[in-house]
Design a protein around this ligand. Structure first.
Ligand code: GDP
Length: 422
C-alpha cells in the first residue's frame, strides 16, 4: 500500500509541485488536501500564456487523475474558467474530480479579502477568499461543493453567509451582495461541475485498499499551518501531515509515507517571524537567482538562510520519513553560506521555533564555504562539488532527517536521487 503525503516543511513555495510530479508518474490519483488557490502554474499554449491557480494543470497534462479534496476551499467560477482554458487548448489529458465536501468560495469572500487589502494576508497566502470561506465553515454556514446541486440548502447557506458578512462588508466600504444572484450563478456552476463531484474520502480509501499509489499533496507549508505555524501569521487550513488525513478524509494509518519538501534556503511571503531573514546583497541575490517573486502580487518574497530548527520542528510534527531539498542550484556562486542551526532567546538556546519567540529570537549561525561550479547538470551525489555535499550533510546531521532527493534545477531531470523517496 502506498499513500504518500507530500508536505511543505517551511513557509510554502518549497517546490512541492515538482516533487509531486516526480512521484506522480505511476500514481493512480493525486489528491490535494489543503488550500484552493495556488500562486500560479503557467503554461504557454499556441503562443498564449495561461495561468492556473486552482486546477492542477501540470498533473492533468501528465494524464494523472486529480482530486480536489474536502480540505480545500474552491471558487467554482474560477475552476470552470481554468478547465475551459485547458480544454480550449486540448491540453487536458487527465481527469479532475472534486470532493462533495470541499468548501465553496462565494463572491463576497473574495470581496472581503479585496477590501481588506488586495495582495497577501497575514500568512503571505494570496487573498482570494479562502480565509473568509473557511471562517464560514467553522461557523457552520459554508456552502460545500455537493450543495451546488441542492438549491434549497444552497440558498439557506448563502443567505446565512451573506447575512453574517454584511456588517463587515459595510464597515469595509463594500456592499452586501444579492443572495438570489449568487444562488443562480452557483447553481449554474453546479450543473457544469456535477459529473466531476465525488465522495473523495471513499475514492481515496478504496484506492488505498487496492494498494494503488495515491499522492496527497499539501498546500502552503508547516510554518503557516493554522495550529502549528507562527500564529496568527498562518493560513486557515491544516497543512501538516495530520491535515492530510482529515483533508482527504481517510484514516491516518492509511498514510504509509510522509515526505517533507524544503528549499535549500528560506523564503516567506507576507509578514510574521522569519528569524533567519537576510538583508542586503545576499537576500537580493536569492530573490533574483531563485525567482522569489510572488506571482500573485509581484512583490519579492522575504529571503533567509536555511533554518534548521524549522526543519527539525516540521520533521517532528509531520513525522517525515524522507526530505527532498529543492533549489540547491540557486546557492551556486555564493562564497560563504550561513545556516541557522538554532536560536537564542532570553539567554537560552532553542532547537525548535519557540512558542513565545516572535521577533526576539536571535539566529545562531554556522558559516559554510560555498561552491562556484554550476550544478544544474549534476545527476549523481558524487558529481556535486564537495562543499555542496557538505551543505546538504550539515542540514541532514543537524536536523536529524534524511535528505534523500536533491533538486538542482526546475526540470524533472535535474534531480539527484540519493535514496528512493518511496
Ligand atoms: P510549491 O508551491 O511548493 O508547489 O512550489 P512549485 O513546485 O510551484 O515550485 C516553485 C518554483 O520553483 C517553480 O517555478 C519551480 O519550477 C521552481 N523549482 C522547483 N524546484 C527547483 C529547483 O531545484 N531549482 C530551481 N532553480 N527551481 C526550482
Amino acid at each position: 500500500m502506498s499513500v504518500v503525503a507530500v508536505v511543505g516543511a517551511q513557509f510554502g513555495d518549497e517546490g512541492k509541485g515538482k516533487i509531486v510530479e516526480l512521484l506522480a508518474t505511476d500514481a493512480a490519483l493525486v489528491a490535494q488536501y489543503a488550500g484552493g488557490f495556488d500562486p500560479g502554474e503557467s503554461l504557454v499554449a499556441d503562443g498564449e500564456r495561461l495561468v492556473f491557480h486552482v486546477v492542477p494543470s501540470a498533473l492533468l497534462r501528465m494524464g494523472r487523475t486529480c482530486l480536489l479534496s474536502q480540505g480545500m476551499a474552491l471558487d467554482p467560477r474560477r475552476l470552470l474558467e481554468e478547465l475551459a482554458m485547458l480544454e480550449a487548448h486540448h491540453a487536458h489529458h487527465g481527469e479532475l474530480k472534486i470532493c462533495q465536501r470541499a468548501i465553496v468560495v462565494l463572491p463576497h469572500h473574495i470581496e472581503i479579502d479585496r477590501l481588506r487589502d488586495e495582495g497577501e494576508g497575514a500568512s503571505g497566502a494570496p487573498r482570494r477568499g479562502l480565509g473568509p470561506a473557511f471562517a464560514d465553515e467553522v461557523a457552520r454556514r459554508a456552502v460545500r461543493v455537493g450543495d451546488l446541486i441542492r438549491p434549497a440548502i444552497l440558498k439557506e447557506q448563502v443567505r446565512a453567509s451573506v447575512e453574517a458578512a454584511t456588517p463587515l462588508l459595510e464597515e469595509l466600504g463594500g456592499e452586501p451582495p444579492e443572495v438570489e444572484a449568487i444562488v443562480d450563478a452557483y447553481l449554474a456552476c453546479g450543473e457544469k461541475l456535477k459529473d466531476r463531484v465525488v465522495d473523495g474520502s471513499r475514492l481515496v480509501s478504496d484506492l488505498a485498499k487496492q494498494e494503488a499509489r495515491v499522492i496527497l499533496e499539501g498546500g502552503f507549508g508547516t510554518m503557516v499551518d493554522i495550529d502549528h505555524g507562527y500564529y496568527p501569521f498562518v493560513v486557515a487550513a491544516s497543512t501538516v501531515a495530520g491535515g492530510a488525513a482529515t483533508g482527504v478524509g481517510i484514516a491516518p494509518r492509511l498514510i504509509s509515507r510522509v515526505i517533507g519538501v524544503a528549499k535549500a534556503y528560506t523564503t516567506r511571503s507576507g509578514p510574521g517571524p522569519l528569524p533567519s531573514e537576510l538583508g542586503g546583497e545576499l537576500a537580493k541575490r536569492l530573490t533574483t537567482a531563485g525567482g522569489e517573486i510572488s506571482p500573485t502580487t509581484a512583490r519579492p518574497r522575504r529571503c533567509g538562510m536555511f533554518d534548521v530548527p524549522v526543519l527539525r520542528y516540521a520533521a517532528r510534527v509531520n513525522g517525515f520519513d524522507s526530505v527532498a531539498l529543492t533549489k540547491l542550484d540557486v546557492l551556486t556562486g555564493i562564497e560563504e553560506l550561513p545556516v541557522c542551526v538554532g536560536y537564542e532567546l532570553d539567554g537560552e538556546v532553542r532547537d525548535e521555533p519557540p512558542f513565545e519567540g516572535g521577533s526576539r529570537m536571535q539566529p545562531l549561525m554556522e558559516l559554510l564555504p560555498g561552491w562556484s561550479e554550476p550544478i544544474g547538470d549534476c545527476r549523481a551525489w558524487d558529481a556535486l562539488p564537495e562543499n555542496a555535499r557538505r551543505y546538504v550533510e550539515l542540514i541532514e546531521e543537524t536536523s536529524g532527517v534524511p535528505i534523500d532527493v536533491v533538486k538542482v534545477g526546475p526540470d524533472r531531470a535535474q534531480t539527484i536521487v540519493r535514496r528512493e523517496l518511496v
